[in-house]
Design a protein around this ligand. Structure first.
Ligand SMILES: Cc1ncc(COP(=O)(O)O)c(C=O)c1O
Length: 367
């Protein structure tokens, strides 16, 4: 059996270092903030080639607080991809703004930069591109549109730890990038965790304050903030894992390469990689018109798969009252019914692509 994702394997590989990090926190007496969080923030900023990082409780809060720190609020519009994890839209809605969806490029499945300009209105305040599945978005045209129109660029980088755009890491391109360290991410904690990275000290300071009850001086509250701080235990674990991130991403890349070779010509749309992109393959997502039998064949062969994501954001019940002005989003709907995520990860068997091929060939021979 090959599970879609083996979360225990990463912990097992680093068991001794993780145990030591946890015990260091336990004996330090610092259970909120403190040196472990500061150390990880500095390491994460350096890794992302950004000036500053601020630890947050999770990725959704990182998005909400980044939006607020960029003065996006009730009544404003934010450009979002039509095809993304629902958290991107929920963050916009949580701060009282309206998500304005833009369809993806069918090959990379990331937001089409050339369709953004047509969706801008006098209410647009920010563009929120998502580096989905670990594939960097084409940022330069998006940043150019933003600069020309006085908009902020807030990146959802929850799936893109270590990815590069035009040779430079994701994390310091737009105004602010938002990270999730949810356990299944390329850099995952042992629970919920998140961060923002930015080159702008004002944004960093505002996010830090908002995440700490709106306070930067004890019992003085400048903003109506929340409590969403990176836990020192998680920070200590993330520092241990960060040292392995590049090696782990390399293992993902080599699996992606073998999928690319063995699945070519079988009738699936394989993920396209743009020439500006060094993806980190958080997910390896193929598009299969006949998804159900393909998934069933892999399941019968003991190979776990998942669908990211089976319902388009605008078709979720949670969005039923959104006035999308009759916007039709056929690409998002098509992807919801065709995408299929194959197993990929640093602890996935290196011959996984051949096993997938074997399972599919058997199924094709014996339909
Ligand atoms: C694209 C995207 N955005 C936002 C999030 C939210 O992150 P979290 O689960 O840490 O709140 C996630 C992950 O869960 C994600 O994949």
């Amino acid at each position: 059996m090959i599970p879609f994702l083996d979360l225990k394997a990463a912990s097992a590989e680093l068991e001794a270092d993780i145990a030591q990090a946890i015990s260091r926190v336990v004996s330090s007496g610092w259970y909120i903030g403190g040196p472990e969080v500061e150390t990880f923030e500095a390491e994460w900023a350096a890794y992302c080639e950004a000036r500053l990082a601020v630890g947050i409780g999770n990725g959704l809060d990182a998005l909400c607080l980044a939006l607020r720190a960029c003065d996006v609020g009730p009544g404003d519009e934010v450009i979002v991809p039509s095809h993304t994890f629902v958290a991107t839209w929920l963050a916009v809605l949580a701060i009282g703004a309206t998500p304005v969806p833009v369809e993806p490029n069918p090959g990379t499945m990331n937001i089409s930069a050339d369709q953004i300009a047509a969706r801008l209105t006098s209410l647009t305040r920010a563009i929120l591109p998502v580096h989905l599945y670990g594939q960097p978005v084409d940022l330069d045209p998006i940043i150019a549109i933003a600069r020309a129109n006085g908009l902020r660029v807030i990146e959802d980088a929850a799936q893109a730890h270590g990815a590069r755009y035009n040779g430079r890491r994701i994390g310091g391109h737009g105004d602010v990038a938002c990270w999730s360290f949810y356990p299944g991410k390329n850099l995952g904690a042992l629970g919920d965790a998140g961060a923002i990275t930015t080159n702008d000290p004002d944004i960093a300071a505002r996010v830090r304050r908002l995440a700490n009850y709106g306070s930067s001086t004890k019992y003085v509250h400048e903003d109506r903030g929340v409590n969403s701080r990176l836990d020192p235990l998680q920070a200590a674990v993330l520092s241990v894992k960060l040292k392995h991130l590049d090696a782990w991403n390399k293992r993902r890349s080599s699996i992606a390469k073998s999928y690319e070779i063995v699945l070519r010509g079988l009738g699936f749309q394989l993920p396209a990689v743009a020439n500006f992109a060094d993806p980190v393959w958080h997910l390896y997502v193929i598009q299969a018109e006949n998804r159900e039998p393909v998934q069933a064949a892999l399941d019968a062969a003991g190979i776990g798969t998942l669908v990211h994501y089976p319902i388009a954001c605008h078709q979720q019940k949670a969005m039923a009252d959104l006035d999308l002005h009759g916007t039709s989003l056929p690409l998002a709907e098509k992807l919801a019914s065709t995408v299929l995520s194959l197993p990929i990860g640093p602890h996935c068997p290196p011959d996984i692509a051949n096993r997938v091929l074997g399972a599919l060939s058997t199924a094709l021979k014996h339909p």
